[in-house]
Design a protein around this ligand. Structure first.
Ligand SMILES: Cc1cc2nc3c(=O)[nH]c(=O)nc-3n(C[C@H](O)[C@H](O)[C@H](O)COP(=O)(O)O)c2cc1C
Length: 219
């Protein structure tokens, strides 16, 4: 087997990483199990704190379950956002969470209100597959372990011509309600810490997009 630094030039890797984008429109083409097994393999090769290797994977491809989960996530988050519909609710939220957070919540509020009305797949975007990664609640690094495993998988997926998108709303909802984890068969001592949609993209991105300059301090 050849290793990364031998077969991938830095220029190719840089171009590959700069080209990465989230995919939110998927073809109705299923993702074969063998492909997903390869993704899981690279997921298990991500580093884990203390080399614990306790993160496990759930592959969701059943469209009925996906749409049921989509609704559960929307319902769970909607219950939290509902108070933002009133002026008093927004004022209380500002006091509790600050202006910036409420601005973001209000955007979500509008999106989830519309999704509930139209019964849209706003959470999973009709992706043919979602992969969730769960870790032990008692492991203080479970969050990072799951995220790093997911990013490994997303990168290989991109190289295979697949598209992915982080399923942040699923994670928020899973943190708010045990119902979602239970529906996925996640044991009580575990949490879902990362999840992403997976499928064949309907279109290609012609170029990368500029990013906000960040503060970098060299010490
Ligand atoms: C922690 C995290 C959570 C995210 N959650 C969602 C999500 O729930 N739904 C979604 O469509 N995109 C989600 N995204 C994707 C971001 O919106 C996306 O990365 C960002 O807009 C930049 O676009 P790009 O990935 O195409 O470069 C999430 C990204 C991150 C890092």
């Amino acid at each position: 087997m050849a290793y990364g630094h031998i077969v991938i030039t830095p220029e190719a890797m840089r171009a590959f990483l700069l080209a990465r984008r989230s995919t939110r429109a998927f073809r109705e083409q299923p993702v074969p199990g063998e492909i997903i097994e390869q993704l899981i393999e690279v997921g298990t090769h991500a580093g884990t704190a203390s080399n614990a290797q306790t993160e496990n994977f759930i592959v969701i491809r059943d469209p009925i379950l996906l749409s049921e989960l989509d609704e559960m996530v929307i319902g769970t988050i909607w219950d939290k956002l509902k108070p933002l519909g009133s002026r008093i609710g927004r004022r209380l939220a500002r006091i509790r969470h600050g202006e910036e957070m409420v601005k973001q919540y209000v955007l979500y509020y509008e999106r989830f209100r519309a999704a509930r009305e139209k019964g849209e797949g706003v959470v999973f975007r009709h992706a043919p597959a979602v992969i969730a990664i769960h870790g032990l609640k008692a492991n203080r690094s479970a969050h990072e372990n799951c995220a790093i495993a997911a990013r490994n998988m997303e990168m290989l997926a991109q190289a295979m011509g697949l598209g992915t998108c982080w399923a942040g709303f699923l994670l928020i909802a899973a943190g708010l309600s045990h119902k979602i984890a239970r529906r996925l068969g996640v044991p009580d001592d575990r949490n879902v810490y990362s999840a992403f949609m997976l499928g064949y993209p309907t279109h290609d991105y012609p170029r990368t997009i500029p990013r906000r300059p960040r503060e970098v301090r060299w010490l």
